[in-house]
Design a protein around this ligand. Structure first.
Ligand code: GAL
Length: 384
């Protein structure tokens, strides 16, 4: 009898242990966003998809972002994918795009792979992933964009190439006079002087990089209502934003591009369109440290773009609530509902970087406003 009791007790302990372990492994269903807090996926692990973007496809949202490790921001894994039907609860789909072991590959393990964005091409039925690539061991010198493609949204994405966009082609909004100027970077080694500003504005770095293609670092991809896609990126030593048209299959550049806010030092572009107006939120250039967001609008992707005040209001508005923009997602099925997505970087422990998702509110004259919220959910959009 004693023996049976003992076996029963051991069984009970084992059951209690396994239930507890299961509970630890499965996160609770969430029905709200908690900006800046740890955000667990369905396995109970903090979501690892930084500098990312989302794509709505067939009734689900897919979140792609940089996999970060605990000790380095360099890519040891690649681009992660998560999926969700409600935007709060995310299922880990795994590595969508992997770094390669081959040391001669552009995307060899240890390269820098940042700000991945996936778009769906209706004509080809393919998913296209664009990202900022820096070659291993070269810091941020390469300044390239990379492109990969997949038949399935969750991957695996196949790497096609990396390059600097539009070699040999001048931006559409550079004047003939500017094109004819001879500007030599060596004559302008002292930055931020009026003479230097003028030269930057006239295309100092466009000319320097004309043959190799334009520098391309922080980036996003925007798909317009007519299906045309655009690559928007920090170029010209991060001083100037460029907007470049992609080919119909979204796999390359057409050669048409413009430059905006020369010398404006904009990074981390995130774009959305509402009532025919294109809105863009960016950050300044202070690396992993937060700074004050900037906002711009235009009646056409080709401009004219105009600058507005910082969209953030309230405490820490001047530091974008300690975060940096990465993407803006429209909430399907809700009117005028857009989510501003940003990263709170943790360069000492990159894997611990946090996400800030906030609703975009529209103030006077329909101007976007961002306000901090400790917690909120999608009902916010119906309450307006
Ligand atoms: C940030 C940029 C990030 C990353 C970082 C490196 O300004 O937005 O994507 O490149 O600099 O310092």
């Amino acid at each position: 009898m004693l023996k049976v009791n003992k076996i029963f007790m051991v069984l009970c302990v084992l059951m209690a242990f396994s239930t507890n372990t299961m509970m630890q492994c499965q996160s609770k269903e969430q029905a709200y966003f908690s900006p800046g807090k740890l955000w667990q996926d369905n396995t109970g692990t903090h979501i690892n998809a930084h500098g990312g973007g989302t794509l709505y496809y067939n009734g689900r949202y897919y979140w792609f972002g940089e996999h970060k490790s605990d000790t380095t921001s360099s890519a040891l894994v690649g681009v992660m994918c998560y999926s969700s039907s409600d935007l709060y609860n995310w299922k880990k789909e795994g590595v969508a795009f992997s770094v390669e072991e081959n040391r001669n590959s552009d995307i060899t393990k240890g390269c820098i792979m940042e700000r991945p964005k996936v778009v769906y091409n209706k004509k080809t039925g393919k998913f296209v992933l664009w990202f900022h690539l820096e070659l291993k061991g070269q810091g941020y010198v390469a300044a390239r964009v990379g492109v990969a493609v997949s038949d399935q949204i969750t991957g695996p994405y196949k790497f096609l190439r990396s390059y600097r966009p539009n070699p040999g082609i001048y931006p559409a909004n550079m004047t003939d006079k500017q094109k004819k100027l001879t500007l030599n970077a060596r004559d302008y080694d002292k930055w931020w002087t009026p003479k230097w500003y003028k030269a930057v504005s006239d295309g100092l770095f466009v000319k320097r990089d004309l043959n190799s293609g334009q520098m391309s670092r922080d980036m996003t991809i925007f798909v317009d209502d007519d299906g045309k896609a655009y690559h928007i990126y920090s170029s010209e030593e991060n001083l100037t934003l460029q907007i470049a048209e992609l080919t119909d299959d979204y796999l390359g550049h057409t050669g048409k591009y413009i430059r905006i806010f020369p010398g404006g030092h904009n990074e981390a572009p995130a774009v959305f369109k509402k009532d025919g107006v294109y809105w863009m939120i960016t950050s300044g250039c202070t690396g992993w440290d937060p700074n004050e967001a900037r906002m711009f609008s235009a009646p056409s992707i080709w401009g004219p773009w105009k600058q507005h005040p910082n969209p953030c209001v309230g405490n820490d508005a001047k530091l974008t609530f300690y975060s940096q923009s990465t993407f803006i997602q429209k909430v399907e099925g809700k009117k005028d509902a857009y989510i501003f997505m940003a990263d709170i970087w943790r360069p000492e422990h990159p894997i611990d970087a946090r996400y800030v998702w906030l609703p975009i509110q529209f103030g006077k004259d329909g101007i976007p406003v961002l306000q901090w919220m400790d917690s909120w959910n999608l009902d916010f959009f119906s309450l307006k």
